[in-house]
Ligand binder design. Structure first.
Ligand code: NGS
Length: 380
């Protein structure tokens, strides 16, 4: 028999043992072999179940998070199914009464129409002292007591868009003057690091820095290429609840074209928010390089913290043209677990990723240059 032949070969002394003991030792040996096999099977099953358990606990935590309103979009189409605008009348912010009040008290005429000027004069060079002339023109005026208790920071993320910035400021300054908003500062946050652009990081580091040097009570995150076209679109947090205001829901890409709402979930473009709300959201994600997704990530952050946005009825903008940007191929992947990262990716880790290199005070704006300080940041 085979076992006996093996035993004779590998363990010849066993044959010298009496038949009874020989059987016993074979029996004990078999038990060892059996236990050894069982042990190995157990280990491999355990490893598999561990993986399985992990995915279960992952799913469990997702469910749990779901209960806490953290949402994980299954696909980009599902993402756009979510409702980020407050429901019912709460979604549309009609500030007619406020505008009326302001118009009466401040003696201004905000009639809703505004002709924008797409050709700034040659001497309108933002980083030159020549703009002092424009300070006199647009920043000295009779202020209105209604805005007295507000400090507004308009934060513009920037790199390589001189013409867009020039056009925006050429229109924005007289626009603010018209609204009698005076207690504001415009901050240009410029990415100095070459390679992929990261708007979320610029907004976060800008906000972080500005909170220390200016302490605004109202913050407006502003795309450099969007020009407001309705003077009743108030650049203020006055009478706002904690809901952020998505200001730029209606955009046109040609000066005589018609306005479109790109999609309902969009919160990018121009966003007015109270600093405490921005802190609660942990700011923007720092992980979106190049074009697209960081604003949708913000939309998900709103949902997960149970904050809905409002849209003013007067949010009309012209979108200036510029060279096309490189798309972020990774954006959908990032959006998938946006809300799971929310509390570890944003304002609370920006100091490990970015650094303010310089701050320049110009007559019309404060110019802040920023560099990335982490080693993976030059991915493009
Ligand atoms: C979406 C982008 C947003 C972007 C929006 C509008 O598709 O980041 O288009 O773009 N989302 C994703 O790619 C996931 S616009 O037409 O203004 O250039 O803001």
């Amino acid at each position: 028999m085979t076992i006996q032949r093996y035993l004779t070969y590998y363990c010849p002394r066993i044959l010298t043992i009496s038949k009874k003991y020989r059987f016993l030792s074979i029996f004990i040996l078999s038990i060892f072999i059996f236990l050894f096999i069982i042990y190995n099977i157990h280990i491999s099953i355990h490893q598999n179940t561990q993986q399985f358990d992990d995915s279960i606990s992952y799913k469990k935590s997702l469910n749990l998070l779901h209960k806490q309103k953290v949402l994980v979009p299954v696909s980009i189409n599902r993402l756009y199914d979510y409702q980020v605008v407050c429901t019912g009348n709460n979604g549309i912010l009609n500030r007619t009464n406020l505008i009326h009040q302001i118009s009466t008290i401040c003696k201004i005429n905000l009639n809703g129409s505004l002709k924008i000027n797409l050709n700034p004069t040659n001497d309108f060079q933002i980083r030159s002292s020549l703009t002092l002339k424009y300070v006199k023109l647009w920043k000295t005026f009779n202020t209105c007591s209604i805005f007295e208790n507000e400090t507004i920071a308009i934060i513009i993320s920037y790199r390589d868009r001189e013409k867009n910035l020039q056009t925006l400021l050429y229109n924005l300054l007289p626009f603010l003057q018209r609204q009698k908003i005076f207690n504001y500062k415009i901050f240009i946050i410029e990415q100095q690091t070459s390679g992929a652009f990261n708007k979320g990081r610029l907004y976060n580091i800008g906000f972080y820095h500005i909170m220390k040097i200016y302490k605004p009570t109202c913050v407006i995150f502003h795309d450099v290429d969007l020009i407001p076209e309705n003077d009743q679109n108030l650049y203020s947090c006055l009478k706002l609840t904690n809901h952020p205001l998505h200001m730029s829901a209606n955009v046109r890409f040609k000066i005589n074209g018609s306005y479109t709402t790109i999609y309902s979930f969009l919160v990018g473009g121009v966003l007015t928010i109270r600093p405490e709300t921005f802190i609660l959201l942990n700011g923007y994600s720092n992980r979106y390089f190049n074009w697209g997704g960081e604003d949708d990530d913000m939309g998900l952050r709103f949902l997960s913290k149970d904050i809905c946005v409002q849209r003013p009825t007067t949010g009309y903008y012209y979108a200036g043209s510029h060279s096309t940007q490189i798309r972020n191929e990774n954006r959908f992947k990032l959006l998938f677990d946006a809300t799971l990262r929310q509390d570890i990716d944003g304002l609370n880790n920006i100091d490990q990723l970015a650094r303010v290199t310089n701050t320049y005070e110009y007559p019309l704006v404060t110019w802040i240059t920023v560099k990335w300080i982490d080693k993976y940041s030059s991915i493009s």
